[in-house]
Design a binder for this molecule. Structure first.
Ligand code: ATP
Ligand code: MG
Length: 470
């Protein structure tokens, strides 16, 4: 049991349930539905996260009311209402800072090759809960009074950090194969472990993920990647073979040993780098794919192993895979750019002239530099301590040289507020040394931050002429 999950003790249930039912918005909603003669329950992630002590502003509810009935109950209460999910039984609403979804009790109906489930309504909260993905997501709190419903031992699983399905995982994953990937997403987000029978079912039913639309796969993968602990979940994905249906290239990466660093397995290194960059999607994707070109480029020369141009090959592989997963063009371009450039820094050790530093900035693009610096730092920290420290200093040095050159170039762009023609016209003089003197006087004033506008510059020129001409 980890620290976070250990909060879900016996006393905690009552405390969390009390906190939830006394939340003003939740209490009001509970009273509204009960007055209208409908059942209302807090469900799913809302109950789970409350028990874990995770803060939340979004709440999910289940109700016996039909979507039309829900609409009439919340009219006048909600600040804003969304009906886009109505065909699936869901009404969305905003109230103060909260985003709320209220879904009519339902169950999904699956056909053997359905890419998306068909939805039908269910008669009771019990049948609604029994079709949910994991026991930790199948708990409910009845409103307004706060009765706790836990038909599948979700609370015990939450406390034990165990991901288990309400019914047999084989049936569950056959019904909706996306749940296999959701298991790994919750492993990453909640620092939990899939139960042994869940792991077995993923091994057996992994290929069924192919029937799921790429967009749904992408969305779960993204949530997994930007979580606190993506590394172990990606490792499970590779070990169960599910990766073959999400990012097949990871399987080969998992087999690659780097003989030069006997103990350094390339997949493990990759996962460490990924965990060491901040939880931003593009950075996490770039880290995940940064060495993906290695299996394709490995060569050995007199006992020495090389991965020549693995960054170029890797950027291509990542681009193809992310396109297949329907990531936006902009995300793909950013990730490819970072991967392609992640080895550039390593030639810095040879010493770069200012010209070489400028070329680096121009090639990478100034807006991509901070992310690249973050990725390269994370990549280097898996080296031994001495090397990592040395690389860290070199990266700092390169970053500050870039900043200094940029500042220099910014100041080089500063011009006097008037040009020579304007000075000549204003002072009614021809070309000559006086024009140069006024120009440098105006530049000084500009660099001092004193004179910015033309009227200010004309006024200063007038004073200067009074003191220095005639
Ligand atoms: P979060 O919103 O924090 O990402 P969540 O648990 O609320 O986590 P959602 O994807 O919003 O996850 O789903 C809401 C609830 O609906 C889940 O808690 C679960 O009970 C149920 N659910 C979602 N997807 C499925 C599915 N594919 N199969 C079964 N139940 C599901
Ligand atoms: Mg949710």
């Amino acid at each position: 049991m980890n620290e976070q999950n250990s909060q879900a003790g016996a006393g905690q249930i009552q405390k969390s349930a009390d906190q939830l039912i006394n939340h003003p918005i939740i209490r009001n909603l509970g009273q509204l539905f009960s007055a209208a003669g409908f059942e209302l329950y807090l469900v799913g992630g809302s109950v789970r996260d409350a028990l874990l002590g995770r803060s939340q502003e979004d709440f999910d509810f289940a109700t016996s009311a039909s979507p039309e009935q829900t609409l009439s109950v919340i009219r006048g209460f909600a600040d804003d209402i969304w009906q886009v999910g109505m065909a699936f039984g869901t009404i969305g609403l905003a109230k103060a800072q909260c985003k709320i979804e209220i879904t009519t009790f339902r169950q999904e109906i699956y056909t053997a090759d359905s890419r998306n489930p068909e939805v039908s309504f269910a008669p009771t909260i019990e049948s609604d809960l029994s079709r949910r993905d994991f026991t930790i997501n199948a708990m409910a709190i009845k409103l307004p009074e706060g009765g706790f419903i836990d038909l599948f031992n979700g609370l015990a699983d939450l406390a034990a950090g165990r991901l288990a399905t309400p019914a047999g995982p084989e049936q569950s994953f056959t019904d909706d194969p996306l749940r296999m990937l959701r298991a790994l997403r919750f492993e990453a987000q909640l620092n939990m472990k899939p139960a042994p029978e869940v792991v077995e079912a993923i091994v057996a039913f992994g290929p069924r993920l192919e029937i799921i639309s790429k967009e749904r796969v992408r969305d779960e993968l993204s949530k997994l990647l930007v979580s606190d602990g993506p590394g172990p979940a990606i490792m499970t994905m590779v070990e169960t073979g599910l990766a073959a249906h999400v990012i097949p290239e990871l399987i080969e990466l998992g087999r690659l040993r780097d003989p030069a660093h006997r103990h350094k397995d390339v997949l493990k290194h990759t996962l460490t780098v990924m965990a060491n960059v901040p939880p931003e999607l593009e950075l996490r994707l770039a880290a995940l794919f940064h060495d993906i070109g290695k299996p394709k480029t490995i060569t050995s020369d007199a006992g020495e192993i090389h991965f020549f141009h693995h960054e170029v090959v890797g950027a291509k592989i990542a681009g193809r895979r992310l396109k297949e997963l329907r990531y936006p063009v902009k995300t793909i371009a950013e990730v490819k750019g970072l991967i392609a450039a992640h080895m550039r820094f390593h030639t810095y050790r040879l010493g770069w002239t200012d010209k070489a530093v400028r070329k680096y900035v121009r090639e990478i693009g100034p807006e991509r530099l901070p992310a690249l610096s973050t990725l390269v730092r994370a990549d280097c920290t898996t080296q031994n301590q001495f090397l990592a420290a040395k690389f860290g200093r070199l990266i700092d040095e390169l970053d500050s040289r870039i900043a200094a050159l940029e500042a220099e170039e910014e100041s080089a762009k500063i011009r006097p507020a008037l040009d020579g023609d304007e000075i000549m016209a204003y002072l009614k003089i021809g070309p000559g040394p006086t024009v140069g003197k006024v120009l440098s006087m105006l530049l000084e004033a500009r660099l001092d931050g004193k004179v910015k506008t033309k009227p200010e510059a004309y006024e200063l020129t007038r004073q200067w002429a009074k003191e220095n001409l005639d």
